[in-house]
Design a protein around this ligand. Structure first.
Ligand code: DGL
Length: 270
């Protein structure tokens, strides 16, 4: 039994990397739905169907706990999955809540009513589907009041990263930051609400400037998972780690090896 990490493609590797650094003995099975990436321009029903197919695959491999390391799937499918699809003995966790807990300085599982927080103006960078779902704002409203969120749908960035075109990805990031700044000139904090964006985090940071606190997910998700597993140690197992993809494994592993700077071997799945 291993912990599963699901993403629409390569982005979730940023979360896998942080989790393996934080919890080096935890066996992880990665599932990248590279054949259907990007999710960020798909309809919610389509994302739901693709996400449950991938997560079912991870359950079939023996994972009892799966992290949806994809904001788009977390935004468009997670609630529906948790309400009617996830079996009683399995858990599927998303990646929004750790980010929002960090932004609102809450401890894990603090369910007290929403309160005023220090940060007032927040820039959210995410895929078009995540932005239009307003899932981030909904989760934030459970925890904080008086926070103004300006969201920028970052069309094209995931596609460029998946294709390995980092020059295009970087140019797109700069233009999305400019577009957001025209509507919110001085955000105090910026949320990188897509697991692909840590791969271009330096570009976000440079474009935003040093006065903006940038919240990036991988380390926050890893800390939150470590916390969760301390409370639910029965979800930790001793399965065999693997990297699975619905895409072409050779091309996926070439890019993954480049991103993570270590050799990764992918196995093809349907
Ligand atoms: N990396 C994913 C996310 O966090 C999905 C990107 C996509 O497939 O569009 O949103």
């Amino acid at each position: 039994m291993a912990v599963g990490i699901f993403d629409s493609g390569l982005g979730g590797l940023t979360v896998l990397d942080a989790v393996s650094k934080r919890l080096p003995d935890l066996p992880l099975i990665y599932f990248g739905d590279n054949a259907h990436t990007p999710y960020g321009v798909r309809e919610a029903d389509d994302i739901y169907d693709l996400t449950i197919a991938g997560v079912q695959h991870l359950f079939d491999r023996g994972c009892d706990l799966v992290i949806l390391a994809c904001n788009t799937a977390s935004a468009a499918a997670l609630r529906r999955m948790q309400e009617g699809w996830v079996p009683e003995d399995k858990r599927v966790l998303g990646v929004f809540v750790p980010l929002i807990e960090a932004l609102t300085e809450r401890q894990w599982g603090d369910n007290s009513p929403p309160r005023q927080v220090d940060v007032r103006e927040v820039a959210l960078f995410a895929t078009p589907t995540t932005v239009s779902s307003r899932a981030f704002q909904r989760e934030l409203a459970f925890r904080a009041i008086g926070v103004d969120v300006e969201a920028q749908p970052c069309g094209g960035v995931v596609d460029a990263i998946e294709q390995g075109d980092m020059i295009l990805a970087e140019a797109l990031v700069r233009s999305h930051v400019d577009a957001l700044r025209r509507r919110m000139p001085k955000p105090q904090a910026a949320i990188l609400g897509c697991t692909h964006y840590p791969l271009v985090e330096d570009v976000f940071r440079a474009a935003l400037g040093k006065d903006v606190a940038v919240y990036s997910q991988p380390a926050l998700v890893a800390d939150s998972l470590a916390d969760y597993l301390e409370r639910r140690p029965e979800m930790v197992g001793d399965g065999t780690p693997a990297f699975l993809t619905t895409g072409d494994p050779r091309s996926v592993e070439d890019k993954a090896t480049l991103f993570l700077r270590r050799k990764i071997t992918f196995e093809a799945v349907d």
